[in-house]
Design a protein around this ligand. Sequence first.
Ligand SMILES: NC(=O)c1ccc[n+]([C@@H]2O[C@H](COP(=O)([O-])OP(=O)(O)OC[C@H]3O[C@@H](n4cnc5c(N)ncnc54)[C@H](OP(=O)(O)O)[C@@H]3O)[C@@H](O)[C@H]2O)c1
Length: 253
Amino acid sequence: MKIGIIGAGQIGASLTRHYAKAGHKVKVTNASGIEKLRGLESETGAKAVLQGDVVNDVDALIISIPFIEIPRLAKALGHSIAANTIIIDTTNYYPIRDGRIEEIEKGMVESVWVSNHLSRTVVKVYNSILAGSLVQAGLPKGSKNRIALPVSGDIEKSKEAIASLVNDSGFDSLDIGKLSDSWRQQPGAPIYCTDLNLSQLKHNLDRAQIDTLPARRDLALQFILKQDSARWLDWWKECVSNNRVVNETDLGK
Ligand SMILES: NC(=O)c1ccc[n+]([C@@H]2O[C@H](COP(=O)([O-])OP(=O)(O)OC[C@H]3O[C@@H](n4cnc5c(N)ncnc54)[C@H](OP(=O)(O)O)[C@@H]3O)[C@@H](O)[C@H]2O)c1
């Protein structure tokens, strides 16, 4: 597949590595200048490009930037994304980082807000796995306890294509419904960053309660705020354990 990635941080750079390794043709961009991406480029063979270029001639476009940057990105991109390019949204709303967004506070589903700004539908995936798990916990297809990621979106064919990409990055996937259902994979849900296998993911999906998400999100965040953010590869497993407790995830047997 030809893949464009906007954002080369913890998630964007990790996906760049996975996809390039799996043989996909990857282009990647950031906010502060692509000179910063030369190391990633020579490590992976992905191409660092300007934002105007990243959308050209790609089958899938991954958006992995801070949530609050979405309106600015949408304005910059205008109508430049081809109609047949699948847009993947990995973002999450954290008011402590993004500021308060009234529409979300009033209950708008996060990826619906993203989709409204882009004036395009999106597939939501990779928002519910920590960067540490993305880097270190992938397994070959068929492995026992392979982590499974929820995928939401309104176009069946797009979700099928993205399931194949998720597999290439080391994870199973589960179609959990429409974009309007994607609140079930938002921060504070039992399946959010709790590293579940496929049967655990299915089991916990319907245990999500929309009205408890913000409180659980903020409670889980207390753990992260105490950590050294630069050393995220050192504490992601503890973070997963904390999320399982706070989000009341049932691990079963
Ligand atoms: N980290 C996680 O464990 C995790 C897990 C799941 C989901 N997420 C979500 O995924 C998204 C990305 O997270 P992250 O941790 O990878 O973030 P990050 O490490 O802070 O990286 C953000 C990237 O976005 C780029 N960027 C910012 N604004 C941009 C813009 N307007 N146009 C183009 N690029 C822009 C930044 O460029 P510069 O480097 O040039 O500043 C940077 O490369 C967030 O919404 C986050 O909530 C994160």
